[in-house]
Design a protein around this ligand. Structure first.
Ligand code: MG
Length: 289
């Protein structure tokens, strides 16, 4: 099942599409928002007589599946070996990782925008805007003291997150929080794919295109700390509530890793793509928010 938040005739709805090839989205009126669905759970059934809309209809706007996450997004830093190398080459002080333990940080999300929406440049304070395509894991059951062996039982599904980053702020302020948390820095989507469609620990091709040029190309099987281990480590000391979004880290190929670095410019189109989930497309904009 693919879960969308979409806007139709001016009203946001939670909707479900039964399979990847279908455009027919059944509106799930029992759930006011995706957060409610994640809290209550969903058994995958579509009630009879559910109203359906066509997601390719220009009158249907696809929003972020979770426009307002209940909590900050939990992120992993330097979680692909090839990205560790390029990040260190950009700024040794800010990105060196000398231990095998994962780096966790948080990303404030005042709102998340969906596919087709703009990413604001914040060019008055940001001179080095960058993209990071990541597999987003959505937690569906409260997880506390969960072993890696059982961890996948707590996953609801997956989405694509672009962990947009202002590199100058990320390095200037030492901790990464501010440079990753500006308004509009968490595009997500196009939908949440339930875990039954991507069984086991998913090994998915992950790519980014900027203006059609392939920049990132890897596979989630190369994660240094995998999804079961991430859930095990975090849940030893903090309950991962339903609706928690975990951004699992980005592979190499970000703008700061290029020689010389190539940062995003006004009008650039970023396509973040993950096999089995889809494409998240956003346009960089210098217009004031
Ligand atoms: Mg990241």
């Amino acid at each position: 099942m693919r879960y969308y938040t979409l806007k139709h005739k001016g009203i946001a709805h939670v909707a479900a599409v039964k399979d990847a090839d279908s455009k027919r989205a059944y509106i799930l009126r029992a759930y006011k928002t995706m957060n409610v669905l994640l809290l209550k759970g969903h058994d995958g059934s579509i009630p009879g007589l559910s109203e359906a809309v066509d997601i390719s209809d220009p009158g249907v706007e696809i929003l972020s599946p979770i426009p307002h996450p209940r909590q900050d997004v939990i992120c992993l830093g330097i979680n692909y070996a090839d990205h560790a190398k390029e990040a260190e080459s950009f700024d040794k002080g800010a990105f060196t990782k000398d231990k095998a333990d994962p780096i966790f940080f948080s990303k404030r999300v005042n709102y998340s925008q969906g596919t087709g929406a703009v990413i604001p440049m914040h060019s008055d304070i940001c001179d080095s805007l960058d993209y990071e395509t990541e597999l987003g894991v959505i937690i569906g059951r409260a997880a506390y003291r969960v072993s890696a062996e059982d961890a996948m039982d707590y996953v609801f599904g997956y989405t694509i997150v672009n962990d947009v980053s202002a590199r100058n702020l990320q390095t200037r302020h030492k901790q990464w929080y501010f440079g990753k948390s500006l308004d509009g820095f968490t595009p997500m989507g196009p939908c949440i794919v339930s875990k039954d469609e991507l069984p086991g620990v998913p090994e998915l091709d992950i790519r980014t295109y900027v203006n059609g040029e392939l920049r990132q190309s890897s596979n989630t099987s190369y994660l240094i700390t995998g999804i079961p281990e991430i859930i095990e480590i975090l849940s030893q000391g903090m309950t991962l509530e339903p609706g928690t979004v975990i951004a699992t880290g980005t592979p190499s190929g970000v703008g700061m890793g290029m020689n010389p670095p190539r940062f995003l410019e006004n009008g650039d189109e970023i396509v973040s793509e993950i096999e089995g989930i889809g494409r998240l497309t956003n346009i960089v904009s210098d217009m004031p928010i």
